[in-house]
Design a binder for this molecule. Structure first.
Ligand SMILES: Cc1cc2nc3c(=O)[nH]c(=O)nc-3n(C[C@H](O)[C@H](O)[C@H](O)COP(=O)(O)OP(=O)(O)OC[C@H]3O[C@@H](n4cnc5c(N)ncnc54)[C@H](O)[C@@H]3O)c2cc1C
Length: 397
């Protein structure tokens, strides 16, 4: 029954909670809410998993010794357990522990930052010199004088398989889906939130906005400024794939001595998508509009992707067989924004994942369910609140 304050004949559906956006973050929130028996609807403009947002491309790195900031470590630890459980419960291959090798000068962010997080949280790790690194993984060619930070608990998550499993689990627990349904506007009518969509109006008590690159088009977020950027992923067909398979190659990253680093994955069996070795480069990227971003790949893109690859992993030398684009949504300090909306406690927001959010989906799904239902959470996400961005300088957590 529609609730007081709505116009009954215009509302197609009523639910307690809506999750707007079913990428990695929203599908985890949808599953968490449905498992708790909440009357939840998950809405997406496309049919997830899809290639239009930020949660596609076969693989995402999972790691615990978090070089971006040690405060993420408890969330990564909790996610590790939840990913493993999701993988165990589902037929798709979702999470593979491969180990991770972060290589660069001793004081570069990916080495020094990982070491800081590991030391502060007493995480198991090893530091290897260049000779020890290439002895352990003969496919890698670390530069002389570099250090490798190795974490055995690092692994690979398949985003397409993860999202499919989360949405299926949410549906099996009673969650409703409205896919291929775009939310055009969010209105407040009395205590109700009314979503104007391309397939009718949906009235809810509470809303979780996990709309990735489109978040600030849907909800005004005082103090939060987001920038969407174009990112590239590539696959090569190596002449000899054997030394590049899981078990023989870890997740790897090489510092670029600048504001980017090149990284990639071992070849994992059972993941959908292109064959071959997948690699990419983490950098801020080029600002873009998520609706008109160029999805085609040109020669400059190829050169940017392939730069240094054969030098760092000679066995990976081979033709670029596939490349695609993906979106980062950068917050000003490159940390997530996860909070109850400062002006409206019925709305919870999750955005600004800044190119490193996927690994936290299961724990953030739980935290978002807590925020939506109770207005707070026991999970340590205080450092990701909107409030930090009000402070001058936006120096992060
Ligand atoms: C190239 C690349 C590599 C990455 N590598 C890693 C990694 O190794 N490890 C890691 O942890 N993270 C990584 N990330 C980051 C991670 O993938 C993202 O932080 C995460 O996927 C963000 O998920 P999301 O749910 O916020 O956004 P999205 O997946 O984009 O989901 C948002 C959803 O909202 C929907 N939506 C938007 N507007 C509307 C509307 N009006 N109506 C209905 N639906 C709407 C969209 O259709 C979409 O499905 C990477 C990202 C990229 C791009």
């Amino acid at each position: 029954m529609p609730r007081t304050g709505t116009v009954p004949w215009m509302i197609d559906q009523t639910h307690d909670v809506a999750v707007l956006g079913l990428g990695g973050i929203g599908s985890a929130a949808f599953a968490a809410l449905a498992r708790r028996g909440v009357d939840v609807v998950g809405i997406d403009r496309w049919a997830p998993p899809h290639e239009h947002g930020s949660s596609h491309g076969q693989s995402r790195i999972f790691r615990i010794a978090y070089f971006e900031h040690p405060d993420y470590v408890p969330l990564a630890r909790a996610s590790s357990r939840l990913w493993q459980e999701l993988d165990d419960r589902n037929p798709e291959r979702i999470f593979v522990r491969t180990g991770g090798a972060w290589i660069g000068a001793p004081d570069c962010e990916i080495v020094a930052g990982s070491l800081l997080a590991a030391t502060r949280h007493d995480l198991e790790h090893e530091l290897l010199d260049a000779g020890e690194t290439s002895h352990r993984w003969p496919a890698l060619r670390p530069p002389d004088g570099s250090i490798c930070f190795h974490e055995a608990d690092t692994g690979v998550i398949c985003p397409e398989n993860a999202i499919a499993a989360l949405i299926r689990e949410g549906r099996e627990a009673g969650g409703q889906l409205r896919t291929e349904t775009q939310v055009d506007r969010i209105d407040h009518e009395g205590n109700d939130i009314v979503l104007e969509t391309t397939s009718g109006r949906i009235s809810v008590n509470r809303l979780v906005v996990a709309a990735g690159a489109w978040s600030d088009r849907l909800v005004e977020l005082p103090s939060v400024r987001l920038q969407v950027t174009r990112q590239l992923l590539g696959w090569v067909r190596p002449q000899d794939p054997e030394p590049l398979r899981e078990g023989r190659l870890p997740v790897w990253g090489f510092d670029d001595e600048g504001d980017s680093f090149q990284y990639g994955f071992p070849i994992c069996a059972g993941f959908p998508g292109p064959t071959g070795l997948k690699f990419a480069r983490h950098s801020d990227g080029v600002p873009c509009d998520p609706d008109t971003v160029r999805r085609t790949i040109d020669g400059d893109d190829e050169a940017w992707l392939l730069q240094h690859l054969a030098e760092r992993i000679p066995a990976a030398e081979g033709p670029l067989t596939h490349a695609s684009t993906c979106l980062y949504t950068l917050s000003e300090d490159r940390h997530f924004v996860l909070d109850v909306h400062p002006d409206n406690p019925s709305v919870t927001i999750a955005c600004g994942f800044s190119g490193h959010g996927f690994k936290f989906c299961p724990i953030l799904g739980e935290a978002l369910a807590d925020l939506a239902l109770e207005g707070g959470t026991k999970h340590p996400i205080g450092f990701l609140s909107c409030g930090r961005l009000k402070q001058a300088g936006n120096e992060g957590p």
